[in-house]
Write a protein that binds this ligand. Sequence first.
Ligand code: SF4
Length: 409
Amino acid sequence: MKYKSYSATSFKHTPYYHKLSSQQQNEFNIVTKILHFKVNNYVLENLINWEDLENDPIYKLTFPQRGMVLDKDYQRLENRIEISAENSSIEMAALVARKNLYPPHMPTNDNHIQIDGLYHLFPKTLELFPTKASTCHSYCTYCHRWMPLVEQDARYTYSNDAKVIEYLQAHSEIEDVIFSGGDPMVMSASSIKKVVEPIIAFGQIKSIRFISKSLAWWPYRYTTDEDAQELLTYFDELTKRNIHVTFVAHFTHPKELQPQVVQQAIANILRSGVVIRCQGPIVKGINDDADILAELWKKQVQFGMVPYYLFVEFNYGPTGYFKIPIAKALEITQQAIRNSCGLVKTIRGPVISDKQMKLCIEGTVTIAGNKMFVLKCINSHQPENVGKIFFEKFDEFKLRLALDLIESV
Ligand code: SF4
């Protein structure tokens, strides 16, 4: 299959557009003026059930929905389109709507961005955002990486290797780098080599991680793409040079693992000596169900991958379209883990990434008559916090933790 991506405009020229009801078409035309949209031929042809869009998780995962934007902003834009207002007026309404959804920063803490495109939160790990990785094979509706992905905000990416090397040399404690994006696997094999080689050349870096949703969105990257073999050979070379390579695969729903080509792609990556760990968020209406999560993790283990993190969004944005109360996310996760075999229990979750720490919600406990969430710090920019247990007052309906934590003594 040859990769073909569709924007909101070009999608309307596909037969799939006509599978949307007229109301869905109308909403699609309005909402995609505000929100990012990109889908590809593989997702359209293989992952979406066009006969049952209302209940299809991959449709919700790729097609922005009306509930994702604020009602007043939706209506303003709809009115301007209905009266055939000038383009500039429509664009202005879309811009206002977008700004109301996305504050002008990433959900991560800007204080940890030391140099454009470099994010240094945990002492031993540096996260890198190469400019060429500033897109994905398809966009997820719940994605918050709006600024680097769509607005191509230069603060969030780098193209100058010299600055990265200078930073690494000034921080000899860093031994692990994460290539993130967008998606680093949108880069050609030769571009991947170009960003990796200077960083590992002087022996400081012992492990590399690639965070990618390409196995779900474009598995042909590891089977029939022109440079698929070159990429797999490079993975193999890296592991033979004693660089530990982890492919952090982003999966959201077991449907993403069904096509035969995904299983082939996974097998090809594993054969190159790379470890695949899986992560993704729990999101309302897509995978907020213990059976779905248990099935997702079971398939991951079955195909030779390691369940790793289940995230809860720290900030759902003003509409909270995908929001799940923290207590509910915990209950679903625990139920899914209980229903799984021991190999699945490598999963950690629900996990929240705070500005300072990565915290796993371990469960609840009642102390002196007060029900509390129990949280464990699993990583922090202050190593002395790692492993510490914290408590926060339990609330059945709370959508996010205040992280006004009480440390255990
Ligand atoms: S693959 Fe990752 S970066 Fe790309 S749209 Fe999805 S969540 Fe965002």
